[in-house]
Design a protein around this ligand. Structure first.
Ligand code: NAP
Ligand code: GDD
Length: 332
């Protein structure tokens, strides 16, 4: 049975990846960190995951990206065939508020895990969730694996460091270390302080009369927004490729935050202009105006391409929020 270790298992991508791996018959181990509340809503409320925890195919272990000894011990104990490294502080605005923590978790956390693999399980395939943010405000569009890295925020700088480490460990130590240069990917499980989920949630609450407005930063930035489940399938294709390499995963199409608002409010026959309040609290010291990825290498070498369209994604996210409200539940 394939044994997989996931950092960031409680996050959006971690929960989808876990579901996929379990349905493919893998034994999954996840890193969770200590907190005062045992809220793991993306894991606990998904029946297949709850069942796998009962029958022992899904095991959670306490560790932290800041704690080398816990990571070293865990990698030695589990002896994973694959390590999907998805954890880290990933919110760009927060990375300006907490640059040191971001560098430590996202940057040094990757180093600690790579060392744990090199020393304790050198045959393990290591996957890093890198990001389109490494390109900054790129001079070329769309961006591909050869586009120069030019980060403009602390999170992106930490991911550049992490990606460079993956390349170094591949070359210097011969590890199967690979990465996905992931463009934005969203879903009903997206964190609530990312713009798509924030908008989808607000639309449902406004439609049900619970709120009247949503405060947003700029509506002009454009992002290459895909569906998290499509991305998670690409991540697995990268980790299972014949040789370790880095691949862009993207849709190739960019839309503005305004486009997202227009479509999302439109699902409930609302006009976003009556409900969106522009609020400088949600702008960033440096903004990237557009990201758009070229995933032709992943298509050519791995046969990967995204499935869900932008319109379908927006619809899915708003419907999911409405359904949760109508069931009297919080969406996860
Ligand atoms: P997410 O929902 O924010 O999940 C982040 C995960 O990291 C959570 O499980 C979190 O645990 C864990 N974590 C954070 N700090 C940790 C620490 N110090 N020690 C251990 N675990 C820690 O992120 P996501 O959207 O699934 O993204 C997954 C990865 O892909 C991230 O590395 C992100 O940077 C990268 N990425 C994402 C996108 C995107 O559009 N989603 C695009 C490009 C790259 P808690 O639940 O305890 O907080
Ligand atoms: N979060 C947020 N909240 N963003 C807002 C808001 C708001 O109220 N109003 C406007 N925006 C704009 C941001 O300024 C940005 O231009 C865009 O909406 C998307 O913001 P986020 O959803 O926070 O995502 P991101 O693009 O900054 O970063 C995400 O994608 C990266 C990949 O490109 C994160 O998942 C990163 O971890 C990831 O690497």
């Amino acid at each position: 049975m394939t044994r997989v270790l996931i950092s960031g298992i409680t996050g959006q991508d971690g929960s989808y990846l876990t579901e996929d791996l379990l349905s493919g018959g893998a034994e999954v181990h996840g890193i969770v960190r200590q907190s005062s509340l045992l809220q793991r809503t993306r894991l606990d409320h998904i029946p297949a995951l709850a069942a796998a925890r009962t029958d022992g195919r899904l095991k959670l272990h306490y560790a932290d990206l800041s704690d080398s000894s816990s990571l070293q011990w865990l990698v030695r104990q589990v002896q994973p065939d694959f390590l999907y490294h998805l954890a880290g502080q990933s919110h760009i605005k927060i990375s300006f508020d907490m640059p040191e923590y971001t560098a430590d978790s996202t940057g040094l956390g990757t180093l600690r895990l790579l060392e744990a693999v090199r020393q304790g399980a050198p045959g393990c395939r290591f996957f890093l969730a890198a990001t389109s943010e490494i390109f900054g405000q790129a001079e070329e569009s769309p961006q591909n694996e050869k586009t120069p890295m030019a980060p403009v925020n602390p999170y992106a700088a930490a991911k550049v460091y992490a990606l460079n480490l993956v390349r170094i460990y591949r070359r210097a130590h011969g590890l199967f270390a690979c990465s996905g240069i992931l463009f934005n990917h969203e879903s009903p499980r997206r964190g609530e302080n990312y713009v798509t989920r924030k908008i989808a949630r607000a639309v449902a609450r406004i439609a049900r009369g619970l709120e009247t407005t949503v405060h947003l930063g700029s509506l002009e930035p454009r992002r290459d927004w895909g569906y998290a489940l499509d991305t998670v399938r690409g991540i697995q294709a990268i980790a299972n490729a014949p040789a370790p390499d880095d691949y862009v995963l993207a849709t190739g199409v960019a839309h503005s935050v305004r486009d997202f608002c227009e479509l999302a409010f439109g699902v409930c026959e609302l006009d976003y202009r009556s409900h969106v309040v522009l609020d400088p609290d949600y702008t960033r010291p440096v903004e990237i105006f557009e990201t758009r990825g070229d995933a032709s290498k992943a298509k050519r070498e791995l046969g990967w391409q995204p499935d869900l369209t932008f319109e379908e994604l927006v619809h899915l996210m708003v419907r999911s929020e409405l359904d949760a409200l109508d069931r009297g539940e919080e969406n996860r």
